[in-house]
Write a protein that binds this ligand. Structure first.
Ligand SMILES: [Zn+2]
Length: 225
């Protein structure tokens, strides 16, 4: 279950794209509405009906054959379905064998594709990362969390954590600039803490470093000495 404050926030880019999609959808709708009226008008004329009739008479054999083919196809797909159901395990084994047999070829193809599109992909990825800094932070944090040995990683939105904490450092209680915030794991990852919004708090980088791999209790106890 994803807590509501962890849902991804739309970026300005997302907002613009949604707006453009909306406009394009409305344009299409108007176009089809206009076309529908036109088509309906054309098809109610006696000329159109006469034309249709003439076409049907001229192509009668062909049209009937096509209709028959469609009905046969339905029958065939029904028998195919029955066959697939009856030979399920056998077909799955064959598919797996084919997949394994073509592995080498498939890997080569993917590698060639990957190499051929390297420059284009790099440009695209760099642009995407610039447009989605939050996603970049999130995936970096996730990778680090998994490397740190935690098993539970939930979606985390830094802005949501910052807003929830009202911009205050959870360690020293003083305000943190948004651009300088770091995320502190209340129960550190190395101590088995999860990478989830509930286990994260806004923190100064320096406070975060000082607290290090200690729980809040341990850290507070060390301050009292
Ligand atoms: Zn602090």
């Amino acid at each position: 279950m994803v807590p509501p404050d962890a849902l991804p926030q739309p970026t300005p880019n997302d907002v613009r794209r949604d707006h453009e999609r909306q406009l394009s959808r409305e344009r299409n709708r108007r176009y089809y509405a206009r076309r529908r009226m036109q088509v309906r008008a054309e098809r109610s004329s006696p000329e159109w009906l006469a034309k249709r009739k003439a076409y049907y008479e001229a192509n009668r054999e062909k049209l009937l054959a096509r209709q028959k083919a469609i009905l046969n196809r339905d029958k065939k797909s029904e028998s195919d379905r029955r066959y697939r159901k009856a030979h399920k395990a056998e077909l799955a084994a064959k598919k797996a064998a084919d997949y394994a047999a073509n592995r080498q070829r498939r890997v080569k193809l993917m590698q060639a594709n990957y190499a051929a599109n390297r420059d284009e992909r790099n440009v695209y990825q760099a642009a995407w990362k610039r447009a989605h800094p939050e996603s970049v932070f999130a995936s970096y944090a996730k990778r680090r969390a998994l490397a740190g040995g935690t098993t539970r990683v939930d979606p985390v939105v830094r802005q949501a954590i910052y807003d929830r904490d009202k911009g205050l450092c959870g360690i020293c209680g003083q305000p943190v600039e948004r651009s300088k915030m770091t995320l502190d794991h209340i129960v550190p990852l190395v101590r088995g803490g999860p990478h989830t919004p509930e286990n994260l708090q806004t923190a100064h980088r320096s406070c975060n470093c000082r607290k290090w791999a200690r729980t809040m209790e341990e850290w507070l106890a060390a301050q009292a000495v």
